[in-house]
Design a protein around this ligand. Structure first.
Ligand code: PNS
Length: 158
């Protein structure tokens, strides 16, 4: 069984995340989408809400499982017997941070990090920008799944 983890905050999931998850699901037998439980970071959606949205929007892939984790990602990988992490790179600005994390993760555990170039049609997306757009009345149709758009409008304008 070839398994890979796609970790993140997913607050909320965007079409950029789905681009990476979907493409990884075609390369691996199973993709585990792991939501970080981070009590220090203020989030818009609870971990359970984020998981529920992720489960709904990844259902069609068939081989994607959604889970949560806390602490070090490499410890989660070890527990779950996952040998590799997949990350999307949107632009060179992502690179410094991601390279450092990939090298540290490998040094700590031998867990590999594989980078995938984000599709150019979604490379400008981030959950923070999406929340900002919705908060101030902008349109995010086509940038996030419809379900997520509805939940964002409900939460930020409701
Ligand atoms: O979506 P994000 O917030 O950019 O995802 C970041 C995430 C969850 C991948 C990263 O912060 C992470 O792996 N956190 C867990 C703690 C950890 O393992 N840190 C790495 C130390 S080198």
């Amino acid at each position: 069984m070839r398994r890979v983890v796609c970790p993140g905050s997913f607050d909320p999931v965007t079409n950029g995340h789905l681009d990476i998850i979907g493409r990884a699901s075609r390369q691996y037998d199973e993709v585990v989408v792991a939501v970080l439980i981070n009590i220090e970071k203020k989030s818009l959606f609870t971990v359970e809400e984020r998981i529920e949205m992720l489960q709904t929007v990844t259902k069609e892939y068939g081989n994607v499982r959604v889970d949560k984790f806390h602490g070090l990602l490499v410890d989660y990988c070890r527990q779950q017997e996952i040998p590799a992490i997949v990350k999307g790179l949107r632009a060179i600005s992502d690179f410094d941070y991601e390279l450092q994390m990939a090298q540290l993760n490998y040094r700590m555990s031998g867990v590999e990090t594989l980078f995938m170039a984000t599709g150019p049609e979604v490379s400008f997306l981030s959950s923070s920008r999406i929340k900002e757009i919705v908060r101030y009345g902008g349109d995010v149709a086509g940038l996030v799944p419809e379900l997520v758009e509805e939940r964002l409008i409900e939460r930020l304008r409701g």
